[in-house]
Design a protein around this ligand. Structure first.
Ligand SMILES: [Zn+2]
Length: 484
């Protein structure tokens, strides 16, 4: 027997819940599959012994994850003998991608899905609409991609620009960007690709804010159509004041048509409807919005967002889907069936009151925890000589690993915490190399948090395994950042 095989370290990421090395190695690749209803959902038992490999699970996902573990265990042509009993701590283990500020395309998305599966992540939150770009072709609305999927310029590399489109014009690069968007055939291909990897896609259609690209295509859906005279998406980053006119029935019908199509195109059980960073200044001055406030008996413009949220939560439920939204959309009277995505830990500016993830869970909402201070991978990694640009903030690998989705949640509300997610915003991320550097290895740390919860073994143990695991990523051509 080859001594190097005996000494090969078992370096799994995420670490299984229970792992015993029973000694020796096997080259016997024969796998026996057993179904046992007592194994938890997505969990598996794996026995690697001299006489072969046995995989026991209650579902297809568990069997798939046993295969992922086996692939990581394999060393040359052999496997170390082990007994593993494994199941996830959280059922929502997500990664998000913003394809609106910058567009990465089908091949990058597929590689991301491959890598997500290798880390037992099971939700891909796909941010498809924004102020700066609309990336989904919608039947009956051809202008959406004609005007919304292309812009005349972007913020220049190395610059920051967050004000109105014209105020920061000196910071723009003057380079046409797009048109970039996905067709129905593209989406069907990617949905199937994800499903093969036990990943559910969660499409996001932002409303009622972050819709400037759609308003460029259909100016009549804005409170002040004249503000869309340039007929192009917002060119700079930041929060846009021009949002969907909620006094206009046609604007609401438009969003219904979009979401109806999205419900049919994406088979998953959840649709994200945004809800973040929606200024109300246009609604305040808009006669149509004011008429709506009166007709619906709302107090003032603050009542409009909860009103539209209630509408679309019910709209989605009628189509067999649950609504998910950023934490702002839980403000006001919103049905308990609405799932919150908690991204803030502090109130940020007037009009942006905070419903924390813990508060939402106590109120009875299910919550996905994605606090920016632990889960926003466009925050700086604090690496020496890091060549890439970040939106700001500090999020080194160890801090990702320290994340506890249930940290501030009272014990009686913890069942409402579905899990967590890594979010990849792309204002300052230009291409797949830049993206990979920000995503890996920090996603490895968060994937272990979501898989193991409180049972994670500690950062030193993780980092030791990562030394081997990073090599697996590099071998696949992933531009993985160093561990420090
Ligand atoms: Zn209006």
């Amino acid at each position: 027997m080859n001594i190097s095989l005996i000494l090969a370290a078992v370096a799994l990421v995420p670490q299984p819940a229970k792992l015993v090395e029973t000694g020796g190695v096997t080259k016997n690749a024969e796998i026996r599959y057993v179904t046992d209803a007592t194994v938890p959902a997505e969990g598996y038992r794996l026995k690697v012994a001299a006489d072969g490999i046995t995989v026991t699970s209650s579902d297809a996902a568990g069997r798939f994850y046993a295969g992922i573990t086996l692939a990581q265990l394999k060393d040359g042509k052999a496997w170390p003998c082990v007994e593993i009993e494994d199941a996830p701590a959280y059922r929502w283990r997500g990664a998000h991608l913003d394809e609106c500020r910058h567009f990465f395309g089908k091949e990058t998305v597929k590689q991301m899905l491959d890598l997500m599966a290798q880390h037992k992540l099971n939700r891909f939150h796909w941010h498809l609409t924004e102020d700066q770009g609309w990336r989904l072709d919608i039947p009956g609305y051809p202008e959406l991609v004609k005007y919304g999927a292309v812009r005349s310029a972007s913020v220049r590399h190395g610059q920051r620009a967050t004000k109105g489109s014209n105020e920061d014009a000196d910071k723009l690069n003057g380079v046409k960007y797009g048109p970039y968007f996905y067709t129905e055939a593209d989406i069907r291909e990617i949905v199937a690709y994800a499903a093969e990897r036990h990943i559910t896609i969660v499409p996001e259609i932002e409303l009622p804010g972050h819709v400037f690209a759609a308003l460029a295509a259909y100016p009549e859906f804005a409170c002040v159509p004249a503000n869309m005279a340039s007929r192009e998406p917002r060119l700079v980053w930041g929060i846009e004041k021009d949002v969907l006119c909620l006094g206009n029935d046609k604007a609401i019908k438009f969003m219904e048509d979009v979401l109806d199509y999205v419900c049919r195109l994406f088979p998953g059980d959840v649709v994200h409807i945004g809800g973040d960073e929606c200024p109300q200044v246009r609604w305040k001055d808009c006669p149509k919005c004011q008429a709506r406030i009166k007709a619906e008996g709302l107090k003032d413009e603050h009542g409009l967002q909860p009103w539209i949220t209630r509408h679309f939560v019910k709209f989605l439920e009628a189509r067999g889907k649950r609504a998910l939204g950023w934490d702002e959309y839980l403000l006001g009277d919103v049905p308990k069936s609405a799932i919150g995505m908690s991204w803030r830990t502090r109130r940020q500016g007037a009009g942006h009151e905070l419903v924390s993830g813990a508060q939402a869970a106590v109120r009875g909402h299910d919550v996905v925890m994605t606090p920016n201070k632990f889960c926003y991978l466009d925050y700086g990694q604090c690496l020496p000589n890091d060549p890439f640009q970040y939106i700001g903030g500090k999020l080194p690998l160890e801090m990702c690993y320290s994340f506890d989705p249930c940290a501030d949640v009272p014990a009686e509300a913890r069942a409402h915490i579905l899990g967590g997610q890594c979010n990849n915003w792309s204002e300052y991320t230009w291409n797949e190399y830049d993206l990979a550097w920000k995503v890996w290895p920090r996603t490895c740390a968060l994937a272990e948090v979501f898989w193991l919860g409180d049972a994670k073994p500690g950062f030193a143990d993780f980092k030791k395994r990562m030394a081997t695991h990073r090599g697996r990523l590099i071998a696949q051509g992933v531009n993985c950042a160093p561990l420090e």
